[in-house]
Design a protein around this ligand. Structure first.
Ligand code: F58
Length: 796
């Protein structure tokens, strides 16, 4: 693909044309929004040539295509990504400058596409970027949620949720495809006719496709993210309307749209649960039909499917895709059940992202059977076939009145993967122990990665420039080239530049926090950051307890030689997760008191930034000195934030959990602050009935910090507010906060001591950058292509 050289004036004309003819504005009266839309359309135009070329080549080569089915794609903003990947930064800056506009201001006007909850959704977005950069013919399939992840704000320190409305403004990146619609069903009966079994659903709905081009690095390849929106088969009932019942006339449409309305509706009630299962079937079934339609357009032997199609189930949410494909092949296309199962098995693969029992999906078989009666029968037959092949075991996808999506995915899949080495081992030893014994080659490991384009090159331009000045720009799509930085780390001038970059990033964050939240952070202090979903296993409460104990110690001796720290938190708690929400409130209450304390505030500041999202992460990570990765060992499947921080020159204080293990192996023990029990020690310790009380008795600092929760220090107007947290930690403490506290404290004091030697600290931080190249999602995707999909790059 020859890249056309365009002059600035050519792009300027394109921009003006879109401002005029797409937005209908003249430059005199255009708002930021109009400029952003015009710019997005002009950039999108540049993407389309590459996109069409890639699609054409994919059809011509007829190689294996990869389909990544995911309930979540946490893609964030797209404009900057597009500009950078097309190498148009200067051209855009020039063109905007000509009209008196500033590129940064325009970029900051874009809302985040928050179509995901956390790591799982963000991983899917990094994978899309890598698949396009590598030139693997692939497509992401998901749901076009009208409301993404809720917006978080604080009222009196408490999390308050409000709907996220990213689609209220037109979304310039998508192409609506009204011609790509599939009618899907729910409920109804299974009938037997002329020796055939047929499902006659009672309720019908349509899925309509919306496509977003995903352009890879330097625009060499572009894949598609196809998101499905719910539409009514029969949107408007004229009879009801004419009879005067206007609301009922539009009801079909409203009900159909609810299916793609919100990301993960609360599933604490029956209606919520049902909607969630409907969402899963809706997008999985539409995707399977689309995959078959594309396959059929080029082939007439369905047995070739596993040679041409690899389907990746991102967790169990799309697991129903297996039975649905089987149903189509067997019931509709007449293949024998055994042949159909073999084809399905040849195409499907499953990624597991958690071992937490409460997150492993299970459906009540009555609900399942009511919505998907034929699929329930098919799942029984899958179980029967599995049992026939392995009579020694009785593990099944349907048992105890439930449909178990993890077991179903495992049995159906050709390959099952974990997301870090430790997690994969634990999968074999715990949740999938029996199934692994039957299928010892099925589980493989593919340690997660992050895209270096967004998570270093774009979010940290200062560091990116320094790296490129030092080793050239080959690292952007070959991240392991970062090792070439190592010799420079010994060079004093280079290290000073490296320190300068971090200082500038911290200053930028200080200004942002001052402007947006009116809080003045001390840029000379260590920036200690924990950003992720709020969860007990991630142990934000361990972090805040340590902060409380530290604050108490500083108060005892305010003239001590303390290392100044700013503790920064961000993260959302699920709407119904009360304990996690109480931890947010506690952190906000601690921040209020500590930041106002004249005796200590030069040494310790605490802030919880609201509404954590991809864009906020892009601001925070480049400014971090210390990355908090402190989950209970064995609980965090991998983590990906941990990789982003290391890549941006933050040191980690962490447990041996998830991918921390592999990060430490690579960056070196001396450049990682390790603490805490190992996964097997955690399991042992939990057997001791009084583990928490023993830990508290042995550590007066911990006891004192817990007392401050009990005596109302942080909530004088409501002294009992945090008693239940102290009680939980004392009497139950499932996640072993107390048992790890003392060692965490030790590690944090080592961190303090290390930070007092800036040259040494900078050297350790730079070694983290130089040695984190393996954590590129390009490496992860190459692993999937080779070990799981058998797919090849179509880039020469
Ligand atoms: C995350 N899972 C893991 N789940 O927790 C994290 O360790 C890992 O790095 C990441 O996946 C990518 O592999 C995760 O984000 C969810 O968000 C679930 C979605 C469905 C509801 C329950 C949470």
């Amino acid at each position: 693909m020859a890249r056309k050289v365009r002059t600035s004036s050519e792009f300027r004309d394109a921009l003006l044309k879109h401002l005029t003819y797409t937005m209908g504005k003249d430059p005199e009266h255009a708002q930021f929004f109009d400029w952003r839309m015009a710019l997005s359309h002009a950039i999108r135009d540049r993407m389309v040539d590459h996109w069409v070329d890639s699609t054409r080549k994919t059809y011509e080569q007829d190689g294996k295509r990869v389909y990544y089915l995911s309930m979540e794609f946490l893609i964030g903003r797209l404009l900057e990504d597009g500009i950078v990947n097309l190498e148009m930064v200067e051209e855009v800056e020039d063109a905007l400058d000509h009209f008196g506009m500033d590129m940064r201001t325009i970029l900051n006007d874009e809302p985040d596409a928050a179509l995901g909850n956390g790591g799982l959704g963000r991983l899917a977005a990094c994978f899309l970027d890598s698949l396009s950069t590598i030139g693997c013919p692939a497509m992401g399939y998901g749901i076009r949620y009208e409301n993404g992840l809720f917006k978080q704000s604080f009222v009196d320190g408490r999390q308050v949720e409000s709907p996220e409305t990213w689609l209220q403004e037109p979304h310039p990146w998508e192409f609506e495809r009204p011609e790509v619609r599939f009618t899907l069903g729910f409920g109804g009966d299974v009938i037997y006719e002329n020796g055939k079994t047929l499902w006659r659903p009672a309720e019908l709905i349509q899925a309509e496709a919306f496509d977003t081009p995903i352009i890879g690095w330097k625009g060499k390849w572009a894949n598609t993210l196809r998101l499905w929106a719910g539409r009514a088969v029969d949107p408007f009932d004229l009879g009801l309307f004419n009879a005067g019942d206007f609301a009922a006339a539009a009801e079909h449409e409203a009900l159909a749209r609810t299916i793609s309305r919100v990301l993960y509706p609360e599933d604490s009630n029956e209606a919520g649960k049902e909607l969630r299962l409907k969402q899963e079937f809706f997008f999985s079934a539409a995707s399977i039909r689309d995959i078959l339609r594309r396959f059929d357009s080029q082939h007439d032997d369905i047995r070739l499917l596993p040679k041409k199609v690899a389907i990746q189930l991102n967790d169990t949410h799309p697991a129903i895709a297996g039975p649905e494909l089987l149903r189509i092949l067997h019931d509709e296309r007449g293949l024998s059940f055994e042949d159909a199962l073999e084809i399905v098995h040849g195409c499907m693969n499953y990624t597991n992202h958690t071992l937490l029992p409460e997150a492993l999906e299970r459906w009540d078989e009555r609900l399942f059977g009511r919505l998907l009666p034929r699929h329930l029968q098919i799942i029984d037959r899958i179980d029967d076939a599995h049992f026939k092949a392995h009579p020694q075991r009785t593990l099944s996808a349907r048992s105890d009145g439930q449909v178990k999506m993890g077991e179903l995915s495992f049995i159906v899949a050709n390959r099952v993967n974990g997301v870090s080495a430790l997690h994969t081992d634990l999968m074999k030893q715990t949740v999938f122990k029996e199934l692994h014994a039957l299928h010892p080659d099925r589980i493989v490991n593919e340690t997660n990665g992050v895209t270096p384009r967004r998570w270093l090159h774009n979010c940290n331009p200062g560091l990116s420039r320094l790296i490129t000045d030092t080793i050239g720009d080959g690292w952007v799509d070959d991240l392991e080239q970062l090792e070439k930085l190592e010799p420079s780390i010994r060079d004093k001038v280079w290290i000073e530049r490296f320190e300068g970059v971090k200082a500038a990033n911290k200053q930028a964050l200080v200004s942002y926090v001052a402007q947006t939240h009116g809080v003045k952070l001390n840029p000379a202090a260590m920036f200690d950051i924990q950003i992720k979903r709020m969860h007990e296993y991630k142990r934000q409460h361990l972090n805040i307890l340590e902060a409380i104990a530290h604050w108490q110690e500083i108060k005892d001796n305010p003239n001590g030689d303390w290392t100044p720290r700013v503790k920064i938190f961000a993260g959302k708690a699920a709407q119904g997760y009360h304990f996690a929400k109480d931890i947010i409130r506690l952190i906000n209450d601690v921040a209020k008191l500590v930041n106002a304390d004249h005796a200590t505030r030069d040494y310790l500041q605490v802030i919880f930034l609201p509404n954590y999202n991809v864009t906020l992460a892009e601001r925070l990570i480049p400014a971090a000195d210390l990355s908090e990765q402190i989950s209970t060992a064995g609980k965090e499947a991998s983590g990906t934030g941990n990789m982003k921080f290391a890549l941006n020159g933050a040191l980690t204080v962490g447990t041996l959990d998830g991918a921390n293990v592999e990060i430490r192996e690579r960056v070196g023990d001396d450049n990682f602050f390790l603490f805490g029990m190992l996964a097997d020690e955690v399991m042992q310790r939990r057997m001791m009935h009084d583990h928490a009380q023993q830990a508290i008795a042995a550590d007066p600092r911990l006891a004192r910090a817990l007392n401050a929760l009990r005596d109302g220090t942080f909530s004088p107007e409501d002294p009992g507010r945090y008693t239940h947290i102290a009680d939980n930690l004392t009497w139950s403490d499932y996640f072993l906060v107390c048992s790890d506290f003392t060692d965490y404290w030790r590690a944090q004091r080592e961190v303090d001591a290390a930070y007092r030697n800036p040259d040494k600290w900078a050297e350790m931080a730079a070694l983290n950058v130089a040695r984190s190249g393996w954590f590129s999602s390009d490496r992860t995707i190459r692993g999937y292509m080779c070990d799981i999909w058998g797919a090849e790059s179509l880039l020469a």
